[in-house]
Design a protein around this ligand. Structure first.
Ligand code: UD1
Ligand code: UDP
Length: 387
């Protein structure tokens, strides 16, 4: 009998990192695969699905503006429980550490459906950083039967928490699969200058100078972590203002996360600030294109830490902890916290000290070779279809 797998996602990073797994499972032919979205993110989910030319077979459309953790979790648990009761898949696959990840794992557990966890075992050791993601991924672990770990260290974390070592499968991080796939796709296309101008909300001069001719340095910025809402986001904006004031050649592109806690503060501080472009969240293709062309990145994103070091772009991580310690150890990423003076001084050093810049932009990526989804599909085939 064909094994039925429900791949459940809800946010932009889950879709980006799960898309190659979903596509590989479908092409494998051994499974009946469905793609389910909670719609925890609305516009950003649509963008991410379309970047990979896929669409969910079931869209639960659960996002509300300014949703709270508890209320979204309860809605997701209810809707996913009903979906799983009706569709009865044999296996549920989840990714990462979002509310969707935890709600899907718990809903599956209540129905005794086995769970596979992609990007398992990443830890910072602090349940409030990132919050609530560190707790979401810890709670997902005991609910799962297969743990697909990016690096050995992730297996060690899980074993310490009582997960059997032989249930942890070393696969690398699927973020590399997505990144390399998109980079190849972009390499085969001409630059869509008119489209980029519209989507980046940049002037032709800004686009040419910072991204096409690249005659001056561009810093790409993102930020969304809940623990930085309020003062952290404000401090980031202050640091950006100081940087563009101090460095008259510098450009900044900031695709702003739609969470009102981020969007309102960023627009209040940085709208109409010279050489700072605020855009909507970018399509994954545009974002990879910009990452590949920028000078450096300031971000609190998890996934971007993995991607940027593969593109040889230094990242100032505006957090106190990271679940990507390898990216810091190899020198590509640096934790800078959320004080504006530290963000400013570390970025200023990167802009002025070429030895420092060279060291941090030529590192070995520890997260795999872009074949993680192939490995995950092979493991599931072996585990689920052999007699
Ligand atoms: C969520 C995840 C976080 C992940 C991040 C990626 C949790 C608790 N948080 O955080 O782990 O790193 O996504 O971006 O699971 N919004 C829109 N349109 C969208 C998406 C969001 O308007 O397409 C706005 C809505 O007002 C929404 C708010 O952003 O209520 C917050 O979304 P939510 O998914 O709860 O939190 P994120 O901060 O996006
Ligand atoms: N990303 C994107 N468009 C943007 C910003 C980010 O496609 O405007 C991609 C980025 O390349 C990475 C993922 O979204 O793959 C990271 O998402 P996010 O920072 O929202 O979540 P996190 O990684 O922190 O969970």
């Amino acid at each position: 009998m064909t094994v039925r797998i429900a791949v459940i996602v809800g946010t932009r990073p889950e879709i980006i990192k799960m898309a190659p797994v979903y596509r590989r499972l479908v092409s494998n032919g051994a499974f009946d695969v469905s793609l389910v979205s909670t719609g925890q993110h609305r516009e950003m989910s649509r963008q991410a699905f379309s970047a990979f030319d896929i669409s969910p077979s079931t869209e639960l459309d659960l996002m509300t503006d300014g949703q709270t953790l508890g209320l979204f979790a309860s809605r997701a648990l209810g809707s996913l429980s009903r979906f799983l009761e009706d569709s009865k898949p044999d296996v549920v696959l989840v990714q990462g550490d979002t509310t969707t990840t935890l709600a899907a794992s718990l809903a599956a557990f209540y129905l005794k459906i086995r769970v596979g966890h992609v990007e398992a075992g990443m830890r910072t050791g602090n349940i409030y950083s990132p919050w609530p993601e560190e707790m979401n991924r810890r709670l997902t672990a005991p609910l799962s039967s297969w743990h697909f770990v990016p690096v050995e260290r992730n297996r060690d974390h899980l074993v310490k928490e009582g997960i059997p070592a032989d249930r942890c499968f070393l696969t690398g991080n699927t973020v590399l699969d997505s990144l390399l796939w998109m980079r190849d796709k972009l390499a085969q296309q001409p630059t869509d200058r008119i489209g980029l101008l519209k989507r980046l909300k940049a002037t032709p001069e800004f686009l040419d100078r910072y991204l096409i001719e690249r005659s001056a340095p561009l810093i790409l910025v993102t930020g969304h972590r809940r623990e930085s809402h309020g003062q952290g986001v404000q401090n980031l904006c202050v640091a950006i203002k100081q940087l563009v004031t101090q460095f008259p050649d510098l450009g900044v592109l900031f695709p702003v996360h739609p969470n009102p806690q981020v969007r309102n503060v960023v627009h209040q501080h940085l709208a109409n600030f010279d050489r700072v472009v605020l855009s909507e969240p970018l399509d994954y293709g545009d974002f990879v294109w910009v990452m590949d062309r920028c000078y450096a990145i300031i971000s609190d994103s998890g996934g971007i830490q993995g991607e940027a070091i593969s593109l040889n772009k230094p990242v100032l991580v505006t957090r106190d902890t990271t679940e990507y310690p390898e990216a810091v150890e190899c020198g590509g990423c640096q934790l800078v916290g959320t004080e504006s003076s530290t963000i400013f001084s570390v970025a200023a050093k990167l802009l002025t000290d070429q030895t420092d810049y060279q060291r941090r932009s030529s590192v070995q990526n520890p997260y795999g070779d872009g074949n993680s989804s192939v490995k995950i599909a092979e493991i599931l085939e072996r585990e689920l279809t052999s007699a």
